[in-house]
Design a protein around this ligand. Structure first.
Ligand SMILES: NC(=O)c1ccc[n+]([C@@H]2O[C@H](COP(=O)([O-])OP(=O)(O)OC[C@H]3O[C@@H](n4cnc5c(N)ncnc54)[C@H](OP(=O)(O)O)[C@@H]3O)[C@@H](O)[C@H]2O)c1
Length: 217
C-alpha cells in the first residue's frame, strides 16, 4: 500500500522548520540552515552537490532511507522558490539547478497556475492549484504504487497533518532554538489527530524521531 510520508524534516527544539525572512539569499529563512546541519555533511548531500565523499554515519543512513521507494513528491510553493504572488515569468526553475535531486514527478501546491516544467533526470514540476487532495491524488497516480513524500515546507506538512493524511513522519530534531520562523506545530494537536511516536534514534547531529498515524484514526 502506497504511503504518504514526511521524511528527513529538519526542526528546531522549538518546532521551527524554517527561519523568518525567506528570500533569494535565505532559502531556509534566517538561521534556517542550522536545521539542516545534520544533512549537509552526509554522503547523500555531498553526492547531491557533486562534492567529495561525505560522512557515512547514522545521519547519512537516515538521509538515504528518505529517498527509498518514493515515486512522487509534494511541495509547497515557498519550498520551490522565493517568488510570491503571480509568476512574473517562467524564469524561476527551482533552487536545485537543471537536474534537481527528485528524479520523479513533483507536485507543487500554489494558487498561481503555471505549465509543467520538465527538468533533466526525470524531475517534472507540476503546479497544482486545486488543493491538497488533488495534489495527493495526482501524486499517487504518478507514483504507480510507490510512496509519496511531502517535502515541505511547514505550511504544507501542517495541511496534510491536519487532514490526517500523513501516514509516517520522520523528523530530524536539531539541538537549536530558533524562536521565529515557520513552526511545524502551529495550531496542531498531534495527539488528537491520532499520531504517536514509534521510535527515536540519535544521529551525529540530530535526534531522528518517527511518528505514525494510529490505525483507525
Ligand atoms: N526543515 C526542513 O526540513 C524543510 C523542508 C522543506 C522546506 N523547508 C523550508 O520551509 C520553508 C517553506 O515553508 P512554508 O511553510 O513557508 O511554505 P510551503 O509549505 O513551502 O508553501 C506554502 C505556500 O504553498 C502554497 N500552498 C500551500 N497549500 C496550498 C493549497 N492548499 N492550495 C494552493 N496553494 C497552496 C501557497 O503559495 P501561493 O499562495 O504563493 O501559491 C502557500 O503560501 C522554506 O524556507 C523551505 O526552505 C524546510
Amino acid at each position: 500500500m502506497s504511503k504518504l510520508k514526511v521524511q528527513c524534516f529538519g526542526v528546531s527544539l522549538d518546532g521551527f522548520a524554517a527561519g523568518p525572512h525567506q528570500d533569494l539569499q535565505n532559502p531556509l529563512g534566517l538561521r534556517g540552515p542550522e536545521l539542516m546541519e545534520w544533512f549537509f555533511p552526509t554522503r547523500v548531500f555531498q553526492k547531491m552537490v557533486g562534492k567529495g565523499e561525505g560522512e557515512n554515519g547514522v545521519d547519512n543512513a537516515m538521509a538515504e532511507q528518505g529517498f527509498v521507494n518514493i515515486g512522487a513528491w509534494i511541495l509547497g510553493r515557498n519550498m520551490f522558490g522565493p517568488v510570491r504572488g503571480p509568476w512574473p515569468d517562467e524564469n524561476w526553475r527551482g533552487w536545485w539547478g537543471e537536474e534537481p535531486p527528485y528524479h520523479v514527478p513533483v507536485f507543487v501546491l500554489t494558487h498561481h497556475p503555471r505549465p509543467p516544467l520538465t527538468m533533466r533526470g526525470g524531475t517534472v514540476f507540476h503546479f497544482v492549484t486545486d488543493g491538497i487532495h488533488s495534489a495527493l491524488e495526482q501524486a499517487r497516480a504518478a507514483a504507480s504504487g510507490l510512496d509519496v513524500r511531502v517535502g515541505g515546507g511547514a505550511a504544507t506538512v501542517r495541511e496534510y497533518l491536519r487532514a490526517q493524511l500523513i501516514d509516517e513522519l520522520h523528523l530530524a530534531i536539531r539541538p537549536v532554538v530558533l524562536g521565529a520562523g515557520e513552526n511545524l506545530w502551529r495550531d496542531l494537536d498531534m495527539s488528537a489527530l491520532g499520531y504517536e511516536c514509534t521510535k527515536h534514534v540519535a544521529g551525529e547531529r540530530a535526534l531522528h524521531v518517527f511518528l505514525r498515524r494510529k490505525a483507525g484514526s
